[in-house]
Design a protein around this ligand. Structure first.
Ligand code: R5P
Length: 308
């Protein structure tokens, strides 16, 4: 069956073109405009009738706009006879908001709402990568492929790890602990340790880490801090500072999604990690060589290609 891939405006590193080329899928043209009032206008410029339509969209600094755009793209494909619509979204927006944080506050379950919206727009399958929590899978009636990419990171890290007993994998919060343990296994059975993290209540300071307590023994070891994402950098930098105080030696940061909001890049540069590994699930724009000189990008193209 004929396939075509369209990209939304989060694709400013041209990852979608790379995926299309590697998979021999036609890369479609799209018109994205904004009305004076700010509403979006979408037009798919290639025929979609009877075709499998892939939509590539990930995160950028305007997540709500990206979501609306994705819904309009899917709906344009559905209303014009696409056979199946598959969203490729290496970082699935709003997936961290998978539950109410407290019983007594009137909060939405945002990730669940997103599931309904994507399905209603016509999306029949989602390919994503390293979800923050698999809890959200239960919100979907359509299949979601959650690609785990530990092996891609491990391939690069194994080039650095000479003696396994000198290294530990540390998870910066309890949510990331299971992933840290799996990653440590893939790296040949490294020891693991973890932090317990408390955040400030969102009514006070959203995103702020209030406390981070360590469980393990790190003295004299090198550390791989492994997390699903770095957003403001608050978690990872606080964890690094504590590890240094406790006697850790080299510290490598490995995280799948480089959200890098606000001045996160500058903060990471100052933190001076021995090495940083991010995937290209989110494009890192303006990554000047001065900034994050120790950064290495893990390319997800081949992994995504396998599933198209
Ligand atoms: C949250 O639990 C995630 O796993 C990350 O630790 C978090 O999103 C990172 O956020 P930030 O970089 O703003 O501390």
């Amino acid at each position: 069956m004929e396939k075509i891939l369209f990209a939304g405006s989060s694709n400013f590193d041209k990852m979608a073109e790379k995926i299309a080329k590697a998979s021999h899928i036609h890369f479609g043209n799209i018109l994205i405009q904004k009305f004076a009032c700010g509403e979006k206008y979408i037009q798919l410029l290639n025929d979609v009738k009877g075709k499998i339509v892939y939509i590539y969209q990930t995160a950028n600094e305007n997540p709500d706009e990206i979501i609306m755009e994705t819904l309009l793209m899917a709906n344009a494909a559905k209303e014009n006879g696409a056979k199946k619509i598959i969203l490729i979204s290496p970082l699935l927006l709003y997936s961290r908001q998978d539950k109410k944080t407290t019983k007594d506050k009137r909060e939405p379950i945002s990730a669940k709402l997103l599931a309904r919206l994507y399905e209603t727009a016509g999306i029949g399958k989602i390919i994503t990568c390293h979800l923050h929590s698999e809890l959200i899978l239960k919100f979907y009636k359509i299949p979601i492929l959650n690609l785990k990419v530990y092996h891609l990171f491990a391939k690069e890290l194994k080039k650095i790890i000479k003696k396994q007993r000198d290294w530990q994998v540390v998870s910066p919060d309890e949510g990331a602990r299971k992933d840290g343990q799996k990653f440590a296994q893939i790296l040949g059975g490294l020891e693991t340790a973890f932090f317990k993290k408390e955040r400030e209540s969102p009514d006070k300071k959203i995103n702020m880490v209030s406390s981070l307590n360590f469980y393990g023994n790190i003295k004299g070891k090198n550390v791989i801090l492994f997390d699903d994402m770095v957003d403001t950098g608050g978690t990872i930098i606080k964890a690094k500072e504590k590890l240094i105080l406790m006697g850790a030696k080299k510290i490598i940061l490995a995280a799948v999604h480089p959200v890098l909001s606000g001045n996160a890049k500058e903060k990471l540069e100052k933190a001076n990690f021995f090495k940083i590994f991010f995937s290209n699930s989110v494009p890192i724009n303006d990554c000047s060589n001065k900034l994050m000189k120790n950064l290495e990008i893990i390319d997800l193209t081949s992994e995504i290609k396998k599933h198209l």
